[in-house]
Design a protein around this ligand. Sequence first.
Ligand SMILES: Cc1cc2nc3c(=O)[nH]c(=O)nc-3n(C[C@H](O)[C@H](O)[C@H](O)COP(=O)(O)O)c2cc1C
Length: 393
Amino acid sequence: MMMSDDARPVARRELLRFVLQSPLLWTAAALAPAVEARPELAVPTGAAEALDVFQMERVAQQKLALPVLHYIASAADDGKTLQANRDAFDAWAIRVRRLVDVSRIGLGTRVLGETLECPVILAPVGNQQSIHPDGELATARAARAAGQLMIASTVTNHSVGAIARASGPLWFQLYASPDHGLMEKLIHDAEAAGCGVLVLTVDSNTRGNREGEAWWARVAGSRTAPLPLGNFTGHSGPPRVGDAALTWDVIDWIRARTPLKLALKGIVTREDAALAVARGVDGLIVSNHGGRQEESLRSTLASLPEVVEAAAGRIPVLVDGGFRRGTDVFKALALGASAICIGRPYLWGLGAFGEDGVARVLTILREELKRIMQFAGTTSLAAIKRSSLEKAG
Ligand SMILES: Cc1cc2nc3c(=O)[nH]c(=O)nc-3n(C[C@H](O)[C@H](O)[C@H](O)COP(=O)(O)O)c2cc1C
């Protein structure tokens, strides 16, 4: 039967939704046989039921509109960098140790003056009200309840001040802008909100080619009004983020305007790590924006060791990209990271069950990290060493 022109996009959309919701897609390998046997039970109905972050993803897929799902899932070009981030964890095997008293495990650490109860930080993500009506406030409340640190994005729907009132310790992620007045306002607002650290994202001199996002923006764009961005109210002029002319001089420019500590997010080479240390930057986050910017095919876990080597213990190195299991966190810590950040996993929690979903994702990862530390005989984060790993295969 021929489809009318009007019916075709709807049918395509339904097909996509069907494919995305296939019970076996995105299921953790361990659960695949159970899901195959009883697909009707594959989707948790409450946050506490989710056994792993992949199950949270399944709930989010069922609940969220397709443009929002694509906003979260989108990656540059063919998604190979996104995939590389995940695959990199399989390159490392964990060398466990026996007969160590692991009845007490310490997950706490200090990073850039902040006491963290767990080395898992919520990475900056904009526009969270598109995922849940409470947006960044739900994320902030879950982070506060768990005693975990959140980094607020420049492009949040709530203002950094409002997020700070709902959260525990908060850092602020700053996008550069050719509008220096806007950057000054953002820095001032972050300071007034009590943020301890400015995190300047340096991988965004242009926008990644996210075709999935662009396609859905076109399909749905005419029907959905953009949500307000809380940090831009009171600023006259358009919210211009991303500056193609950005250079290392921005460090001195920021230093001249604020006493806040400054970390760079998006450093992936030893050369840039050395330049950052020479410029007096306080910390680094190894990141490729979750595979959303350049299609480099280079995972952040593969980039981490050379950045750690160049930093040489002078400043802390954090990392994000593809962290989905406690064992992933363990591997990054063994390769020298001081802490890790997650993006999509907590967005799945947020889309699935709001604040409760974010809280459950944090619990899952904390428990998984604690479990592998017990098996590995590492009672504190400091005990996780390079010798805890070997090349897999
Ligand atoms: C939907 C979405 C929006 C994001 N928005 C921002 C942002 O506003 N600023 C930023 O520095 N990074 C942003 N990121 C990147 C994250 O901070 C982080 O680097 C990335 O999500 C980590 O990879 P993961 O999602 O695999 O955990 C965003 C990521 C996603 C998925």
